[in-house]
Design a protein around this ligand. Structure first.
Ligand SMILES: Nc1ncnc2c1ncn2[C@@H]1O[C@H](COP(=O)(O)OP(=O)(O)O)[C@@H](O)[C@H]1O
Ligand SMILES: [Mg+2]
Length: 631
């Protein structure tokens, strides 16, 4: 569809969605669609739920956030099910300011923006529709028109609860424009739009010292006082502050704790109990979600200031720590690169993963659990299986520190380092080593890192580098063997047949000749030696494997290549050892002979066709692995 056609469609859709009627008509409408009377918080909660919820192992993932926020499932579940859910049920928390607290570039703004864009969309759907008193600058809830003494009756008849009272402006309009006839007041459907300042607002403090509260609550329009005769005439007041405009929807409060303490005081006392004070009027009822964000140190300063004590109870804090999963971090980088002007550059496979390994290491805290180092912890966190540890251990690790993920390297730093490497060297292709090098160079310039921390981070660079060495070797190895998994499986089956015969003191039968053979000790040892199993320990190892196989069989699970970590490692190493010589020769000979050249070209072609390399990065990989093997 052409863009013009789309614009036309959009306009048609706008027309179709419009609704206008009297309050009487509106009462008919809510009989049919009682959900349109929901509160702002309930609408946010339902918006998130309507997008879909997946439940697995007692954990919920919300599709609403899935497209743009990665690895924060636990924080998001807490936010949705603890905050929004209670708020949707009209519990007290909804009258407090929601403060997202987390480290820089951890996704807080992204999350808030998603809520804002989401609400704009949702208000255009049937389930998310919002109606307001027509012509009201605050899009006031039409139900406020129902006088207090009739609300109990209303609730009986319609099942909807009304909170808040008619604003002074609409009270006046009701008298002046409608002669007090509530049923005639015009009501319209509204569509949230930040651009049009309908139901979505953003408040970003200017100069913290001279911040004017009027930016939030509106102010008197002095030019109209003469016309209306008095400052307390609501028509002389402009209800155009962010809090006014965001009524029925949400307001984002950027950098809240950077505001002057007096201003905050003012603000928070203004927002008590879902009301705020504007001008000389009685409290104005507001129904909106207020979300602010801040980092931990700002928050700590705020908390430690005695003067702010009274404000604590007006805020509800939700932690948004960094993502702690390597594969999710990799997705974050991919997304950021796609959104940037780097997207034309070839990024070699594993480059982002290796950067992510480094980054996650900087965010993890050491554990006291025996037998686990940070790399193992990192693997467990990312959902990999680590020999000797299970989901119980994972849960324990996660509970060990309450503030894990509140510090470390942020994703933006990594993206900046990647782009600076690309720009500086005018590269069109970048690999894992380039990325690590650039991250390392940047640490010296990184302002907020202490000397100690820098040393720790340097260690993590080496750790990430070692991880890369293994990945790179495996990658080349796989490209050298036509079908790696097949070879690994064949070798393992062969080994297991021999082990079984050895433990049961049986003979094996040659599949071709049918001849009986004794177990192939040489083959078994050549595999076991790869992981340092001594002659004395071999029997125990073989028995352990048989026990694992029968345990699997009992549970009806299939024992395969990945079922025993050390065995897998041994098989991989054995395959690699066999290949090592040929790889070494073909990758490091200065003037390879014809057959070597052919092999190298085949491997390069396979790296390009099947593993996502380009010719530069494939050649770099081969050269690097060649040098590793020749060490
Ligand atoms: N968990 C995450 N999932 C997806 N993107 C993320 C995540 N954390 C950070 N980002 C990305 O990092 C950048 C900075 O995030 P931002 O939302 O501005 O952080 P904050 O407001 O917490 O400082 C954005 O491009 C964002 O998309
Ligand atoms: Mg931000």
């Amino acid at each position: 569809m052409s863009i013009l056609k789309k614009i036309e469609r959009f306009r048609e859709e706008e027309e179709r969605l419009k609704w206008e009627g009297t309050f009487e008509d509106y009462l008919e409408l809510i009989k049919e669609k009682p959900y349109v009377t929901q509160t702002a918080h309930s609408r946010v909660y339902n918006m998130i739920h309507d997008a879909g919820v997946e439940e697995k192992d007692g954990k919920k993932t919300f599709s609403f956030f899935k497209e743009q926020i990665y690895g924060l499932e636990e924080s998001i579940e807490q936010l949705v099910e603890e905050y929004f859910h209670s708020a949707a049920k009209r519990l007290d928390v909804r009258k407090r300011i929601l403060l997202l607290m987390g480290p820089v570039s951890g996704g807080k703004s992204t999350l808030v923006t998603m809520l804002k864009r989401g609400l704009e969309q949702y208000s255009r759907t049937d389930r998310g529709a919002v109606y307001a008193i027509k012509g009201c600058p605050m899009h006031e809830d039409p139900l406020h028109l129902i006088p207090q003494h009739l609300r109990a009756d209303f609730q009986k008849e319609y099942g909807a609860k009304i909170e808040g009272h008619l604003s002074p402006l609409n009270m006046m309009r009701l008298e002046e424009e409608y002669g007090g006839r509530i049923e005639d007041v015009l009501v319209e459907r509204i569509f949230f739009s930040e651009d049009k300042r309908t139901g979505i607002g953003t408040f970003s403090p200017s100069d913290p010292k001279s911040q004017d509260i009027a930016d939030l609550t509106g102010s008197i329009d002095f030019s109209t006082i003469a016309e209306y005769g008095s400052e307390s005439d609501p028509r002389a007041y402009r209800f155009d502050g962010e809090l006014n405009k965001a009524n029925r929807g949400m307001m984002e409060f950027q950098e809240m704790l950077k505001c002057d303490e007096k201003f905050l005081w003012h603000l928070l006392s203004l927002t008590q109990e879902g009301n705020f004070k504007a001008g000389r009027f009685a409290l104005i009822s507001a129904d909106e979600l207020i979300v602010a964000h801040t980092n931990e140190s700002e928050y700590k300063t705020f908390i430690s200031n005695k003067k702010n004590e009274a404000l604590h109870s007006r805020i509800i804090v939700m932690k948004i720590p960094y993502n702690l999963k390597v594969s999710e971090e990799e997705r974050i980088y991919k997304k950021m690169i796609d959104d940037s002007d780097l997207s034309h550059v070839h990024i070699a496979p594993h480059a982002l993963r290796v950067a992510a390994i480094f980054t996650i290491l900087t965010r993890l805290k050491d554990t006291n659990k025996a037998g686990i180092d940070l790399i193992k912890k990192l693997r467990l966190y990312d959902g990999e299986s680590v020999e000797g540890f299970n989901s119980q251990d994972l849960a324990e690790l996660k509970n060990e520190h309450t503030d894990e993920g509140m510090g470390g390297i942020d994703p933006r730093y990594v993206i900046n380092r990647i782009s600076s490497a690309i720009i500086r060297k005018q590269l069109t292709s970048i690999n894992a080593l380039d990325v690590l090098r650039s991250i390392k160079d940047g640490l010296d310039q990184h302002a907020s890192i202490s000397k100690e921390e820098r040393e720790r981070f340097m260690d993590f660079i080496s750790t990430a580098r070692k991880e890369y060495d293994n990945i790179a070797k495996k990658e080349v190895q796989k490209a050298f063997v036509y079908s790696y998994d097949e070879s690994a499986k064949t070798l393992m089956d062969n080994y297991l047949d021999n082990v079984e015969a050895y433990c049961n003191k049986n003979k094996l039968r040659d599949p071709l000749t049918g001849e009986e053979m004794t177990p192939d000790e040489k083959l078994m040892r050549s595999i076991e030696e790869q992981i340092g199993i001594s002659e004395n320990a071999k029997k125990a190892f073989r028995e352990e494997i048989l026990i694992r196989i029968s345990a699997y069989a009992r549970k009806g699970k299939k024992f395969d290549y990945n079922s025993h970590e050390r065995l897998r490692e041994a098989i991989q190493k054995k395959l690699f050892a066999d290949l090592k010589d040929i790889v070494k020769i073909t990758t490091s000979v200065k003037t390879p002979d014809e057959s070597q050249l052919k092999k190298v070209n085949e491997v390069i072609a396979r790296l390009i066709d099947e593993h996502g390399y380009n010719s530069t990065s494939a050649n770099e990989l081969l050269r690097y692995v060649g040098s590793l093997l020749n060490r």
